[in-house]
Design a binder for this molecule. Structure first.
Ligand code: CMP
Length: 137
């Protein structure tokens, strides 16, 4: 069993497709172990995406992530990290396989509907960023 962090980004929340995205996870063997809707502060968004600090898209990414509320979740299941990434599809929705979340709900590489941890190690850090142990079931 693995746990991974998923964020439904401001574009998908605005489109009112939270339930449709969660359904993809649940119907593919992932369980919601923790969930909350929050509006990230700029300081938190910067801290969360600190690994991208030197990338040219960093500022746009931060501004986008604070443009509206997000839904943050811990997903649990067998191979949860890889499974979540497979369900999300490629970072750029134009390259995402048909039937993936980004192909179906995302508009651009910036407004790409969801974030998912890219490794088990990063999942642990990202989960701890948003949830205390007692909030994960
Ligand atoms: P996410 O999985 O949340 O991780 C970092 C985000 O930066 C990524 O999704 C994209 O939304 C955004 N981004 C914008 N441009 C790029 C790029 N060229 N490569 C990777 N990520 C990018």
């Amino acid at each position: 069993m693995e746990q991974t962090l998923s964020i439904i980004k401001p574009d998908a929340v605005q489109k009112n497709v939270i339930g449709k995205i969660i359904e993809r996870f649940e119907s593919n063997g992932l369980r919601i172990a923790a969930i909350k809707k929050i509006w990230l502060s700029k300081a938190d968004a910067k801290k969360f995406y600190i690994i991208h600090k030197e990338r040219p898209f960093y500022n746009d990414l931060i501004n986008f992530m604070v443009s509206g509320p997000v839904v943050v979740m811990v997903l649990e299941g067998e191979n949860a990290v890889t499974k979540n990434r497979d369900l999300m599809g490629a970072t750029n929705p134009k390259e995402a396989k048909p039937g993936t979340i980004r192909a179906d709900f995302a508009d651009s590489i910036d407004a790409n509907a969801v974030h998912g941890s890219d490794s088990l190690e990063n999942a642990k850090t990202e989960i701890a960023f948003f949830f205390g142990k007692r909030a994960i079931f």
